[in-house]
Design a protein around this ligand. Sequence first.
Ligand code: F6P
Length: 602
Amino acid sequence: MAAAISALAAKVNEVLELGQHPSTLVSSSPEWKALEAHAKSIQSTHLKDLLQDEARTQALTREAEGLYLDLARQNATPETLELLLKLAAKVDVQGKIAAMYRGEHINTTEDRAVLHVALRAARDQVIEDKGVNVVPEVYEVLDKIKTFSEKVRSGEWKGATGKPIDTVVSIGIGGSALGPLFVHTALATDPGAQAAAAGRKLVFLANVDPMDAVRSLGGLDPETTLAVVVSKTFTTAETMLNARTVRAWLVAALGPDAVAKHMVAVSTNLKAVSAFGIDTQNAFGFWDWVGGRYSVSSAVGVVPLSLQYGFEVVRAFLDGMHAVDEHFRSAAPAANLPLLLGLFNVWNATFLGHSTTAILPYQQALQHFAPHVQQLSMESNGKGVALDGTRLDYGAGEIDFGEPGTNGQHSFYQLIHQGRVIPAEFIAVAAPQRDVYLDAEKTSSHEELICNFFAQPDALAVGKDAEALRAEGVPEPLIPHKTFTGNRPSLSLLLPDLTPFTLGKLLALYEHRVAASGFVWGINSFDQWGVELGKALANKVRATIHDARAADGALPNAAGYNSSTKALLERFLTQYKPQAPGSGANNLPEPLRAGAATQASL
Ligand code: F6P
């Protein structure tokens, strides 16, 4: 008992030393109270007036690493920023950033370091976990990926029938898919990356829904296809079933020996890789200090992306991430872009009560950015308790969603302009990867796009009042419908271009923005216990369905489901009868063999 108490006391001290804090403490601090009071006073301001103040705009604008961040359309004044920085100091955000880079086990519930920054560190940098420099291990894997990807891309690596590989299927879900898919989509139109990928194809298979397998594998030639099974744990049910499906697809076409030449793996669990039948020589490792949603810069992203674009393109992307990592580590709080983004995120979500954020890149190449940020942010900061287990007495985390502009404008912007208040993050690229400028047009297509990037934030901030509408002769009954109340917050982020290097900066900026918000909220942004309950219940349902099938579709009496689930399950069991295994179809959907379907775009 005494030993347990002293162990607990030691843990508490350790937590306090790291500058972590019970939520009750931070929300009762003078810094927090000052922000609460300030949030009330900010209600009496309007952005159309605040934007008249040039000094304020200057005070709320920053540039670092070529990234230009304009916070002038936040419901905020320089005083807001000052108060937020005081809160950051109160909770020792800088100390927490330093602890992260020092390899402290800030992921306390899993007793793990959080060192994704080591994945893109310089070769001679020293970053330690448990006293061991992890950077040499990182470079061991990077060098292995470089050699392997060059072998595959040069045609030296041949498939089972002697043909070179030109297609890669990356099998993984969540953090093992969303980030790499985002980066792949963004690189696909970069001229240099596109040239490097000529004649090659990269597709992603994530969902366990058989339609995803049909769409991903349809039209592919097994003889020239390499599957990369990407799973940190190598136990994720969806990924492992998809991996077995692809293995069956390869074996059906090329025979059992094909696995060695057509399947490789990325995982921290090399034992499970080997048990699956993949030679660990063909496996690329990473470490428990890389969270799934922070793993794009590990082998998770580097293997498929290097196979598609070549290692050098991916290296430039990693270098971009590293530039922002160094900025986050060393810049003063008032100049630290990820920290400022994180602080204003807390301001909007917690103090102003806006629980949703719209991520709006004016750049089609960033099509998959919002879905990636969704996992990054919502899995990281969707927490209800502080690090010490205290239930939060304030709302943390926010709902992130988004679409590229201008598509979103013709979809959900109506609600953002006249319905609920949703802080928006407008992201644009000054010099695009590609442009169209028709002879007969006055503006290039990129300028046409960018006009909207400038117009929308002002429409949200300034709005349009009844007086202006009357001056335009709008009939009185329509005035309420056509009024824009304005005062709706947004930020604008302007990137110089969208090269692999800048893309890396954007990604690191958002990774650290999420961590910075979490540091202020006092939560663990690096675990994800909230995904476990549903997984466990699905395991139970799987067993129930097996039992019911064995009993001719009858649900076992003592299955223990509530009446709602029971009724749904019974209905499902009568309406769906799968083909029995061994019936000759091997359950591989026909398009996998016939190549009838193809995955739309990427
Ligand atoms: O269920 C959530 C999750 O654990 C994510 O955090 C992770 O990115 C994803 O599943 C995939 O996990 P793995 O890479 O282990 O297959």
